[in-house]
Design a protein. Structure first.
Length: 114
């Protein structure tokens, strides 16, 4: 994913990349999985987000803020040169919402093709 000599390499991602590589091993099924996920995401983006109680929506917003405040400072500082803190928190909330929708789809069988 990232070249070690790449000046844009966020070092904290290396741990997650290595974990993914260790878990997937050789012969990753990404070419088979990626189209399924891409179709699922496009369908999600063309629809309404999963319904949530007001308290869950509020908790997601709070979690987004906590993630932002606990992110590596060098990452946040770099991003804040381009976007506002509110926009960054909203993007984090969007990522969490996609993750929540993904989990729901896994549980309801929508992604059984994986």
């Amino acid at each position: 994913m990232f070249n070690e000599t790449d000046s844009n390499n966020p070092g904290w991602l290396e741990e997650f990349e290595q974990l993914a590589n260790d878990q997937l091993g050789q012969g990753s099924s990404c070419p088979q999985v990626h189209p399924v996920i891409e179709r699922w995401l496009n369908k999600l983006l063309d629809s309404d987000p999963p319904e949530s109680r007001d308290s869950v929506a509020q908790a997601m917003a709070c979690l987004s803020t906590e993630i932002l405040y606990n992110a590596p400072p060098e990452l946040v500082d770099t991003l804040l040169k381009t976007v506002t803190e509110d926009d960054l928190a909203l993007w984090i909330e969007h990522v969490l919402l996609v993750g929540r929708a993904f989990e729901i789809s896994l549980h309801n069988g929508e992604l059984d093709d994986l």
